[in-house]
Design a protein around this ligand. Structure first.
Ligand SMILES: [Zn+2]
Length: 488
């Protein structure tokens, strides 16, 4: 054997040893309470590198949806080491019904977070708590984080536990709890809206059972629903989970990842803005309509600052207030959205989002060659109006089933004629109008209702009315979002 061959074989042996130790990163799903009405699933993320096992649980209480959303976002994260297991929707029937309790059970049995083992009652109670507890016992995690929401800020209203980390008393939890608290409070300027530490979780809760029975660190992370958008609350959950994972050396990237490896094959990656300035039933309708073939995540203004837009093909700015959304984004956030579109990202604006895209407000994005006219009478009213689908719109929209659509104070566009912007294409015009609150007649008639433009490399699709809130136009909504997608 030559020395060279000898060297090679040593190198091969070394790489095999490293490979055996490192393993391959893997994601898988595991059912819990399979075959029962409570069935849910755990996402198991293995880094392939030895390290701690962390468990993140969301949706124990069905009326606390930000925890479930945040857990789903976290389930797309990559790891530097160890294993992360996420149960995004622990109480699936409760989440579907929007109720705190498990539907159909007695008062004593229906709060899932009171059914876990206690010192006096060592066995969990009920099908779901029993299945979850046996899953946790088998997993033998080194850390458990349970994501909840309170209705009010606990510093202002001690009756609620909103904006707190509960369970910090366990000696192994203190450092980790402080790290998570510091991370989330770094983004909260108002002192009495900041997160505080609470020592012990209530008897029968998952976290108390983990601490007492398994003797490992565990925390309940409580955000506050009061006057805070979904994306803000889910981000606070993510910041705390991220800080805890970073404390264990497990974090491989920042907390801005909303989709990551959870992306489904071939699905269009859609980000939907969620902030003050977004309101009404639009976001919920859009999520319902964009289920198949789309991966939708809500993002907030802080996420934009973190560079979160890069993970999306298309961003959607739904109904509410255009100026309110602009204010929530701030000028730096608006610059981020503009550059996202300029570089090829898609933009869909509906009503408020269509105001935001326009070219003639101090706060507008100026990504569409459209001026909003009769601005003084923006509150012209709500109701059903008639549309005329443009000739040739079929290539984009298919054959819409109807020509009436819900309208709620959407912008009335005229061509702006800005030399820096390309002309937009009209997909539909208004064939009837609403002119209450002093708005003059005739302004809305024949004005563009749905348009498609280009800004830099990106496509901009704006709808003044609300097809997402109109029965029969479901397919139009999906086609509008697809029309904004980058061509691959
Ligand atoms: Zn809760």
């Amino acid at each position: 054997m030559t020395s060279r061959a000898h060297f090679c074989s040593v190198a091969v042996l070394l790489s095999v040893a490293v490979f055996a130790q490192q393993g391959t990163p893997r994601r898988s799903a595991q059912p819990i309470a399979a075959g029962t009405p409570w069935q849910t699933s755990a996402i198991v993320i293995e880094s392939g590198v030895p390290g701690p096992t962390a468990l993140v649980v969301g949706g124990v209480h069905g009326n606390e949806p930000a925890g479930a959303r945040a857990a789903r976002q976290v389930s797309g994260w990559r790891l530097a080491k160890g294993k992360l297991v996420v149960i995004p929707r622990a109480n699936e029937p409760g989440l579907r019904a929007g109720t705190r309790r498990m539907p159909g059970l007695t008062k004593e049995r229906s709060d899932l977070n009171r059914q876990f083992p206690t010192a006096a009652r060592p066995a969990p109670v009920g099908v779901l708590a029993t299945a979850l507890w046996s899953f946790v016992e088998q997993l033998r995690p080194d850390l458990v984080l349970d994501l909840h929401e309170g209705y009010d800020f606990t510093q202002r209203n001690p009756k609620s536990v909103g904006s707190s980390l509960i369970g910090a008393a366990h000696p192994g939890t203190a450092d980790l709890a402080e790290a998570a608290q510091a991370a989330v409070n770094a983004e909260i300027d108002v002192a009495d809206l900041q997160f505080v530490l609470k020592q012990r979780a209530i008897n029968g809760s998952l976290i108390r059972a983990v601490v007492e029975q398994l003797r490992v660190p565990a925390l309940i992370l409580e955000t506050t629903t009061k006057s805070q958008a979904y994306a803000v609350r889910a981000r606070q959950h993510r910041l705390m989970v991220h800080a805890a994972l970073a404390h264990l050396g497990m974090a491989a990237h920042g907390p801005h990842v909303l989709l990551g490896d959870a992306r489904r094959d071939g699905a269009l990656r859609v980000g939907m803005f969620s902030a003050k300035g977004v309101s009404g039933s639009g976001p919920r309708s859009l999520e319902r309509l964009l289920r198949d073939g789309f991966d939708v995540r809500r993002f907030g203004a802080r996420d934009v600052q973190d560079g979160a837009l890069q993970q999306f093909d298309v961003v959607v700015f739904p109904g509410g207030s255009g100026s309110g959304q602009a204010r929530a984004l701030g000028s730096a956030g608006r610059a981020r959205v503009r550059s996202f579109v300029q570089r090829g990202g898609g933009y869909v604006g509906i009503c408020a989002g269509a105001y935001l895209a326009a070219n003639n407000y101090a706060w507008s994005l100026d990504i569409l060659d459209a001026d909003v006219i009769d601005r003084k009478h923006w509150a012209r009213g709500r109701g059903t109006v008639q549309l005329a689908w443009a000739e040739g719109a079929g290539a984009v929209l298919g054959t819409p089933k109807k020509a009436s659509v819900r309208y709620a104070n959407g912008p009335i566009y005229a061509r702006s004629g800005d030399a820096a912007l390309d002309d937009f294409v009209v997909l539909a015009t208004y064939r009837s109008e609403i002119n209450t609150n002093g708005a003059p007649a005739g302004v809305m008639l024949d004005a563009p209702a749905i348009v498609q433009g280009v800004f830099g490399e990106g496509r901009v699709v704006c709808s003044s009315p609300h097809p997402e809130q109109t029965e029969g136009l479901e397919d139009v909504v999906r086609r509008l979002v697809r029309a904004a997608a980058p061509r691959r």
